[in-house]
Design a protein around this ligand. Structure first.
Ligand code: ASP
Ligand code: MG
Length: 402
């Protein structure tokens, strides 16, 4: 019997009524002749609620205990869902991440899955049961409970789909697919039928929140076809799979954006080998995730380097930079209120003038570009935060995405 893996997000299981709705979907899938594994997120904002309590008790809760705490949100969901399925006359079993064989490294709060031990999953499926797996968690080689980072249930689902050789991994969420832009910003945004892994990776990395970035990396690596769709309708959503001839290969498929960037500029750094290595080595050690980096032309033996970090990493970045700039006897400046707009499209590779058109569009909207970075299928511009929504709308229109 073919295996299908489904993942239900927090909104889809937001209350007991919605849990029953999800239970009906799962039973219907089993009735169609599938062995079903459903990975479930914590109900509604349960994870935020647990985090809030932790922070009421401690400004910096021990990460091991945070993971023990946060893993409970998903365990509540699977237990209730199992009860709902029993009520419908089907057989189901709920499993924690550990019981489901999700093995991870030892990095608490953002662990990476290192393998899936499928023995228990297969046994339950072969016994005719629907298997419900608590998302977002696993067990480390030290036998501790770990969590996978916010949005991590997506990755649990993809990892299980890969390990079981599932036909498809369905990601049920509160939107009906992947859009050409955030529909909250662009009223005319359109649902995409198919998106390549590469495009989805770029979109997730530049602000599209529909899928966790790591889950797309995992899906690409193991060639798991993803279907992002709504748990509130029966309509098809967006398929994410390997690029092939049948795909549109639009020059630009989507516009994505973020509004939580900060820009830091180191002034007049000595222009000699090893300086950038020291600066970014120290930032990495401080756990700061650096996004865009630009180094200017060197003048009289010194050079400026600008880079961006997400707002949440700014305090740690400042701490590290205070130290570094003291040592080197240089200064730095901060631009806090920044954001980023990106255009993404698999067809961009073989089509000139796309970046120029983006810059012209922003110029026509009187938006100043602070930094630029590109990949073969993406162009990103850092701009002022309060200009981001205007930029997204202008680009969406300029590239005829509506
Ligand atoms: N419950 C976790 C979160 O809110 C994981 C997930 O939903 O995927 O981030
Ligand atoms: Mg999510």
């Amino acid at each position: 019997m073919p295996v299908i893996v489904q993942k239900y997000g927090g909104t889809s299981v937001g209350d007991t009524g919605r849990i029953k709705n999800v239970a009906r979907r799962i039973c219907a899938t089993q009735d169609e002749g599938y062995q079903v594994v459903a990975v479930v997120s914590a109900m509604g904002d349960a994870t935020d609620e647990l985090l809030r309590m932790a922070h009421e008790i401690s400004a910096e809760p021990p990460e091991r205990e945070l993971d023990v705490l946060l893993s409970n949100g998903e365990r509540i969901s699977v237990a209730l869902l199992a009860m709902a399925i029993h009520e419908m006359g089907h057989r189901a079993v709920s499993l924690s991440g550990r019981q489901a064989g999700i093995q991870t490294n030892t990095v608490f709060t953002k662990a990476r899955i290192t393998g899936v031990e499928t023995g228990r999953l297969r046994e339950e499926l072969d016994n005719g049961k629907i298997v419900l797996v608590a998302g977002f968690q696993g067990v480390s080689v030290d036998e501790d409970i770990t969590t996978l980072g916010r949005g991590g249930s997506d990755t649990t689902a993809v990892a299980i789909a890969a390990a079981l050789g599932a036909e498809e991994c369905e990601i049920y969420t509160d939107v009906d697919g992947v859009y050409t832009a955030d529909p909250r910003v662009v009223g005319l945004a359109r649902k995409l039928d198919t998106v390549s892994y590469q495009e989805m990776l770029e979109m997730a990395a530049t602000g599209a929140e529909v899928l966790m970035l790591r889950s797309v990396e995992y899906a690409q690596k193991y060639k798991v076809t993803l279907h992002v769709r709504s748990s509130f309708t029966d309509e098809a959503g967006t398929w994410i799979r390997e690029e092939d001839e049948s795909m549109e290969k639009a020059v630009v498929s989507a516009v994505s954006h973020t509004t939580d960037e900060s820009k830091l500029t180191l002034l007049r750094l000595p222009d000699r080998p090893g300086v950038a290595a020291t600066v970014f080595g120290d930032l990495a050690e401080a756990g700061v995730n650096v996004d865009m980096i630009i180094q200017n032309v060197s003048e009289q033996g010194t050079t400026d380097i600008s880079f961006t970090v997400v707002q949440a990493d700014l305090p740690a970045a400042q701490q590290a930079l205070d130290r570094i700039t003291d040592e080197l006897g240089v200064a730095y400046i901060i631009g806090e209120q920044m954001g980023k707009v990106s255009i993404i499209g698999a067809g961009m590779k073989s089509y000139p003038g796309v970046a120029a058109k983006m810059f012209k569009t922003l110029a026509d909207a009187s938006i100043n570009i602070e930094m630029i970075s590109t990949s073969s299928i993406k162009v990103s511009c850092v701009i002022e935060r309060d200009q981001v929504e205007k930029a997204v709308r202008a680009l969406h229109e300029a590239f005829n995405l509506g």
